[in-house]
Design a protein around this ligand. Structure first.
Ligand SMILES: Cc1cc2nc3c(=O)[nH]c(=O)nc-3n(C[C@H](O)[C@H](O)[C@H](O)COP(=O)(O)OP(=O)(O)OC[C@H]3O[C@@H](n4cnc5c(N)ncnc54)[C@H](O)[C@@H]3O)c2cc1C
Length: 387
């Protein structure tokens, strides 16, 4: 497949090659088994860490690689093309908790948490959603109450990716009081570590796709945190989370593009081998048109993503571009994986080929870090910004 539309720098090509070779050697042989057994193999964290892939966006001063967003997203696509579960681990860790501490953390928090996270010695998670607060996350109910030099947290967080394996969990909780609710401005971001009494791991979700990525509920029962574990200011945690999601959505777009590209590659190879009516099916125009549309959508999604990432690296606001990228890439992933199954016919519907796993993995990209409906709301809202 051609990469020429947006030329990569020498450094980006080197990172891409490293990610591709790593994924082929260390992930591809196990992906189908991990998916079938819904198994998260913790050793993958150490292997990603050894490459520096868990600190790609963190400056070298904090033990990261100090790369730009485009380079990070190039690597993420390579991992996602082989295993979307490993890609979401990498995306959440790099884009959300790590970025939040980098941008809003104190020097002491960076020393204690960011440095090991950038080295990959500590895995991060992001706990915003709750059972009753999904798209409308600012209505979350987990309550934080200041008690001397501590905060005491009570509530339940839902859908936490890596929540049972993380060493550092960025959890959003209300810092306003029941008698003086401040909406999105009444939420703090707290750094929770699994050693703290009062934290229990709840229900592990039995998912359609991303089966090798653990997704759990977390219960906070009088969880007592040192005051030093509050990130930034008490009422600004939701804003920090939303700003980080602008970046996180680029990661999900890269994940979706990786899934879509893998579906395209699988279908292209299959269509060249499979013969019906005395011909390889790639000679039938109906199949060619599908492949052409798949390739066009993957390429367009990637071009939009790189343009958004370049805007981010120039320091421009990217809320709208980031939502556009995530929307387009996730719908491309769902559509492309559906076409791949059609091209493989019955063989697309069984586990002998990766098409069915790609299809199952694609769906969640239209749901998490904001559903497609929420992305459209953000994009439309920005059209009227300032008017
Ligand atoms: C595998 C997985 C991993 C996840 N990982 C994390 C994580 O690590 N951390 C975290 O905090 N969360 C995580 N999430 C949660 C995810 O972000 C939410 O599922 C998502 O934001 C949607 O919330 P919801 O599921 O409550 O759906 P709801 O908000 O209940 O939405 C239901 C439907 O209503 C639609 N809808 C809602 N409001 C509107 C509106 N105003 N206009 C039009 N349509 C609307 C939605 O688009 C959707 O179609 C994860 C979810 C999954 C499935």
């Amino acid at each position: 497949m051609s990469w020429a539309l947006i030329p990569l720098t020498e450094e980006q090509r080197a990172v891409q090659l490293a990610a591709r070779e790593f994924a082929a050697a260390e992930i591809a042989p196990y992906s189908a088994t991990w998916d079938r057994e819904a198994r998260f193999d913790r050793s993958v964290v150490g292997k990603l860490a050894a490459l520096g892939f868990l600190g790609m966006l963190v400056p070298e001063a904090w033990d990261g690689l100090g790369l730009d967003s485009c380079t990070y997203l190039v690597a993420l696509e390579e991992i996602a093309a082989v295993d979307a579960s490993v890609a979401v681990l990498m995306s959440v860790h790099n884009s959300l908790p790590t970025q939040m501490i980098l941008r809003y953390g104190s020097e002491e928090q960076k020393e204690r948490f960011l440095r090991p996270m950038a080295r990959g010695a500590a895995l991060g998670a992001f706990a915003l959603s709750e059972p009753e607060a999904g798209s409308d996350a600012s209505t979350l109910r987990t309550q934080a109450v200041r008690d001397g030099d501590a905060w005491v947290l009570n509530g339940t967080k839902a859908w936490v990716t890596n929540g049972d394996s993380a060493d550092v969990i960025l959890a959003m909780a209300r810092t306003d009081t029941p008698s003086d609710r401040k909406g999105p401005r009444g939420i703090g971001a707290f750094i929770v570590t699994p050693d703290l009494p009062g934290l229990t791991i709840g229900k592990k979700e039995d998912k359609m796709g991303l089966r090798a990525s653990p997704t759990v509920q977390l219960h906070f029962d009088n969880l007592r945190l040192p005051a030093a574990n509050l990130l930034g200011e008490p009422g600004r945690g939701f804003i920090y989370a939303m700003q980080s999601l602008d970046h996180g959505r680029l990661g999900i777009a890269a994940q979706a593009i990786g899934i879509a590209r893998a579906a395209l590659e699988c279908a292209t190879a299959y269509a060249a081998e499979r013969r019906q009516f005395g011909h390889p099916i790639k000679e039938f125009q109906a199949i060619q048109f599908k492949l052409a549309d798949m390739a066009t959508r993957v390429t367009a999604s990637r071009a939009l993503l790189y343009a958004a990432a370049a805007a981010k690296d120039r320091g421009e606001p990217i809320t709208q571009f980031s939502s556009m990228s995530k929307l387009m890439a996730s719908e491309t992933a769902m559509w492309t994986t559906t076409q791949a199954i059609q091209i493989l016919g019955g063989y697309g519907y069984v586990t002998d080929y990766p098409a069915e796993r790609l299809f199952r993995d694609a769906k969640v990209t239209e749901i998490y870090e904001g559903t497609s409906e929420i992305q459209r709301i953000v994009i439309a809202r920005e059209l009227y910004a300032g008017s």
